[in-house]
Ligand binder design. Structure first.
Ligand code: ZN
Length: 270
């Protein structure tokens, strides 16, 4: 066990360092990834690590490819393309917990189900955020169906939903393929069915994210630019933003954490 943890730590350190050098992770984000990676590699195993990498590599590549398109909306989003520890924990903490629990319950199948579903949800949300802004028409608020500006929390669009489905399916593919290898004693349903479950859990988890974004997430307004934004306390222009709705403690990271948790719960329920 110490050997596997050691190997896991080494792999996680290599990847966190490479991601830091490539500006995919900030310094704090790299530390967070090191901890999560060590747990997932070291206590889960290589199958668990493959899923983490599928999430991490695909979301970093998308950010790189389409980041320019989204850069014009940077004033809206709380954070930019370099992920910090808040984002790393929001996306990976729940998955790390279930990978760690697999070590203590090696025969249980629910650890894998909740691990995969949680990653499917955060991957769906990440893909939707990166690709949804490319939608030709303006997004609509998931609650009232009113058109809103691009990048508004809780806004959904056709491209965004397609991207979310693709993101969830991408993780679900690995989750269905590696299930029996990750937990050999588990009696999983047929791979096709398992794939559909994981995809469904991911998409529903990311819709929950949009729902929180449209209702209770803290949203601010910049009095200088007269625009809604997630940024607080300062807008990109340097003006202090004022809260217009939501709960002040519920920032974008907390919403993503909720998405990861909801994905895991829906996965278990399905
Ligand atoms: Zn401003």
């Amino acid at each position: 066990m110490l050997f596997q943890l050691g190997i896991g730590f080494l792999f996680a350190a290599l990847i966190a360092f490479a991601a830091y050098r490539a500006h995919s992770l900030s310094r704090s984000g790299a530390w967070g990834a090191l901890v999560e990676g060590s747990i997932i590699f070291g206590l889960g195993g290589w199958q668990w690590a493959v899923l983490l990498m599928a999430f991490f590599v695909s979301s970093s590549v998308l950010t790189r490819l389409f980041g320019k398109k989204k850069a014009s909306l940077n004033e809206k989003f709380d954070k930019g393309g370099t992920r910090d520890i808040g984002q790393v924990l929001a996306n990976g903490a729940i998955a790390s917990i279930f990978a760690g629990l697999h070590f203590f319950f090696p025969l249980a199948s629910w650890t894998w189900v909740m691990f995969v579903s949680s990653l499917a949800a955060v991957n769906a949300d990440t893909w939707a955020t990166e690709l949804g802004v490319l939608n030709p028409s303006l997004p609509r608020l998931v609650t009232s169906w009113k058109t809103v500006e691009r990048g508004t929390s809780g806004g959904v669009s056709l491209y965004g939903i397609l991207a979310a489905t693709g993101g969830a399916a991408f993780i679900a593919l690995f989750g269905a393929w590696l299930g029996n290898s990750a937990v050999p004693s588990a009696l999983f349903p047929a791979a096709v069915l398992l794939f559909a479950f994981f995809t469904g859990a991911g998409v529903l988890g990311s819709l929950f994210d949009s729902l929180l974004g449209a209702t209770v997430q803290a949203i601010y307004r910049c009095p200088h630019c007269n625009k809604e934004t997630e940024k607080h306390p300062l807008h990109t222009c340097g003006t202090e933003t004022v809260q217009v709705r939501g709960w002040s403690w519920l920032n974008n990271d907390m919403v993503n954490l909720g998405c990861a948790m909801m994905g895991a719960l829906i996965g278990m329920f399905l």
